[in-house]
Structure formats: C-alpha cells, structure tokens
Ligand binder design. Structure first.
Ligand SMILES: Cc1cc2nc3c(=O)[nH]c(=O)nc-3n(C[C@H](O)[C@H](O)[C@H](O)COP(=O)(O)O)c2cc1C
Length: 163
C-alpha cells in the first residue's frame, strides 16, 4: 500500500520518529514529507497517510493544522494513522493534545492513533525554550523519552496485525 508519512517537526524528534515508523512499517512504497520543507503533497499518489506533529504549549504545529485544513476532504478517503510527539507525562494531557491536533472527523476515521513521546535536546533549544522547559518540566538537561513500545504498537495496528 503506497503510504505517505507527513509531519511537522521543529527540533527534529518528530522527524526521527517518522523515520522509525517508516523503517518498522517495512512497506515497499513509503515516502516521508517534512512540512517544514514542503507545504503541499500530492495525495492522489497514496492510499494511506500517516500524519504527525510535535506539540508546543499544548498545541500542534501550525503547518500540520494548515495541511489538514487544506486536504481534509481527500484525507477522509485514505487509510489514516495519527501520531503526536510531546513530553507531557500525563495521560489525560496527552489525550487532550491528541484532540487539539486533529479534527474529530479524522480522529474517528483513523485506523491508528498514538502518543509517541519526545525529547528535549538542550543544545538545540533557544534560550527562551530552555527557560520554559526548566520552569515547566523541571528538566535541565537533554533527555529522550521516545515511546518505542508505542511505535511498535502503532506499526502492528496500522498494518492490521492483531498480535
Ligand atoms: C518550549 C517548549 C514547549 C513545549 N510544550 C509542550 C507541551 O505543551 N506538551 C508536550 O507534551 N510537550 C511539549 N514540549 C515537548 C516537545 O513536544 C518535544 O520536545 C518534542 O520532542 C519536540 O519535537 P520536535 O523535535 O519534532 O520539534 C515542549 C517543548 C518545548 C521546547
């Protein structure tokens, strides 16, 4: 099944997670699109689309929102997977961030949706971002909390494998 993984990533972790998904899905035809570099994707080429975004201040990245708004009608005709990358440890907050990232119609239509964790890479953050992270998350060094288990679950579910 020809599949596109379309994502927005500010500091690279969501891009890394998108690559992990692509590697583990092991599909013959899979293409990755980073919306930071490319605004539009010709969806006619694909039967399945996986959409992902990093979360900042509880919200998805604007480029993902805009892409979905422009392509919602077509997206509803595809097999859909959704993921978000963030660092909030609270399950309820993660669910809220998922709801804030994608319209209900896509959340209901999606085969698979997961929170896949994230990273703080201190060297890559601006002074302001470092300040916020220290204050809000009480973290003052780089940390990787990518949810590898959820990536595996995502892959199985998306491929329709039950166990
Ligand atoms: C300034 C700042 C604000 C953030 N706000 C949130 C947040 O509200 N909720 C959350 O789950 N993660 C939050 N994060 C964590 C990011 O989602 C996480 O670092 C993610 O891996 C970033 O992905 P990217 O490298 O693809 O941009 C924040 C990170 C920074 C630096």
């Amino acid at each position: 099944m020809k599949t596109a993984i379309i994502f927005s990533s500010k500091h690279g972790t969501t891009a890394k997670v998108a690559e992990m998904l692509a590697e583990q899905l092991k599909l013959d035809e899979i293409k990755l699109f980073n919306l930071q570099h490319k605004n539009e994707v010709n969806l006619q080429e694909f039967e399945a689309v996986i959409l992902g975004t990093a979360i900042y201040a509880g919200r998805p990245m604007k480029k993902t929102k805009r892409f979905i708004r422009r392509n919602l009608k077509t997206l509803k005709t595809k097999k859909i997977g959704l993921f978000i990358c963030g660092m909030d440890p609270g399950k309820e907050k993660q669910a809220e961030e998922m709801r804030a990232s994608f319209p209900d119609v896509l959340l209901n239509h999606a085969t698979t949706k997961y929170y896949l964790g994230g990273e703080f890479i201190f060297e890559d953050l601006s002074f302001f971002e470092r300040f916020i992270v220290k204050k809000v998350s009480k973290v003052n060094k780089s940390i990787s909390l990518i949810h590898h288990e959820n990536i595996k679950k995502f892959v199985k579910e998306f491929k329709g494998e039950t166990n």
